[in-house]
Design a protein around this ligand. Sequence first.
Ligand code: GLU
Length: 294
Amino acid sequence: MGRFAPSPTGPLHFGSLVAAIGSYCLARQEGGCWLVRIEDLDRPRVVPGAADEILRTLEDCGMEWDGPVLYQSCRTARYEAALERLRGAGLIFVCGCSRKEVLASAPHVGEEGPLYPGTCRERIVSGRRPRALRIRVPKDLFCYVDGVFGPREQRLSAAVGDFVLRRADGLFAYQLAVVVDDAECGVTQVVRGADLLSSTPRQIFLQTCLGYPVPDYIHLPLALAADGCKISKRDGAAAAAGEELWRALRFLGQPVPKSLCGAPPVEVVAWGVEYFRLERVPTASAAVGALTTS
Ligand code: GLU
């Protein structure tokens, strides 16, 4: 069971299309289901109308999903229940540090920026008001084998520290929501952009704490804008169709025939479902402008 989980922060850009077609082909070629989940938890970043536009683009591309679309904004009770279980296991603590205080007190920079130094781990600093809920991370090394990037490992305590599960503004963190949703929907294969490689150990840790199975992880190379930056949905890159799908498959190292460039989307997708091979997917991110049709 695969899935595609876009954040509705703008139209479906080329980088997201790469994740969509990759996850779709891999799920379908094993005869599996493919789910779509709209990750609209971070309300301040949600762009009105973007979710519908993304879904329309997927339809235009001939990528049909199974079952109803899941909206994270409707699932807060499920995240709350998971948080309660973690709290019951004694893993959660209330942190009173503002972002500024974390920055000022962080002695090291981890993979994801300043490393939370455990200021409120034992007890909230007196006089501070409760803000975020964090989870205590162990010193263990988390290892997994990515379907494209191979063996990966991360020591959460050194890379990120005790991370936030519920933010000071009351919003549930992506890390918790994604784990609860993937597990409750029976997702067994997570295919997504390589920008989330370093989130995976946090998610495996949460799966372990909650007694969920660990899905297979397959991270795809990032499509970069011509200037070498990650393409942002807010850049409003053109909506995708047959030619874009063809380019997305080429980007993923798949030898889709030139004759299919610009063919109806269903034909390009059908080729992908039949011939997509994970072994051909490169690990290096690349600028989209570097693609050729030869
Ligand atoms: N919502 C994330 C994004 O649009 C993807 C999350 C995931 O696939 O786990 O980048």
